[in-house]
Design a protein around this ligand. Sequence first.
Ligand code: SF4
Ligand code: SF4
Ligand code: SF4
Length: 294
Amino acid sequence: MEELRKHAKELLENKTVAAILAYVEAGPQRTKPAIITKPEDVSKMVFNEYCLNNLAVYLTKARIKNLAKQNGTVMKLGIVAKPCDIHAVVALIQESQLKREDVYIIGMNCHGVVKDFGMEFSGETLASKCVPCETHKPLYYDIVLGEEKQTPAVSDEVLAKMQAIEKMTYEERFEYFKKEFDKCIKCYACRAACPLCYCQRCITDKTIPRWIESSPHSRGNFAWNVVRAFHLSGRCIGCGECERACPMDIPLSLLNRRMTETAKEAFAYVSGRSIETPTLVGSYDVKDSDELFM
Ligand code: SF4
Ligand code: SF4
Ligand code: SF4
């Protein structure tokens, strides 16, 4: 923690960055996002198993971008980022929403986070995204900080839940998600929490023509969740923030993870892993498979 605060202070004092997107404590076993702009405020910064938010979501927000514009020049924005959050930063660079030189990545070694605030950190409470995590060390960074520790062993129950969906037939999966989407209240918290949902105007807000019905009922709910999954397919970096934000506990990660696996199996592509690689949606190869994956 001290090395993080010391480094953040140096970055702000020598004006390497205009501001740092960071975590600050918000009560026992809880943190919240914060924008640190003054060296004297770095003492509030923390990094632990309760740093759940993916702070990359703020990098495309106009108010945050404006912080970097000072006296006619554009300064860097700093971000404290777990390795999975760095995938989102990379995906934003791949999609031309951000320039690598405009962001200073304080990459944190990570051994996992809890599912939700207020839980004791263990294999039982480990966030589901951490179970298959293959990048506990940052792939891209300006500096790497934090201890390298072992991720706790996961209980059989957590693994069983994750595998159950894979064992379902196509029809069973369809029914399962249809039932889950029926619970949706169209609050769009999933969209607000997603670093890759950065469109100025979302298809669901368009009224002429109205593509997706706005009231929460079966037909519109299904359309919204499936359209969102399409728009994120081959782009989702698996941070799990949409699922965590959902007040109706809809297991959105199960759908997103399947889409990610399909993109990997069909095109050997995983979003946010390489700045140099063109995006899956933005590139075309005559050798691309025409097969439908179900
Ligand atoms: S998915 Fe990996 S990098 Fe992300 S919080 Fe879990 S262990 Fe850390
Ligand atoms: S769809 Fe969900 S898991 Fe994927 S990047 Fe967006 S918030 Fe993260
Ligand atoms: S957060 Fe959940 S309830 Fe809200 S729109 Fe998204 S899926 Fe529906």
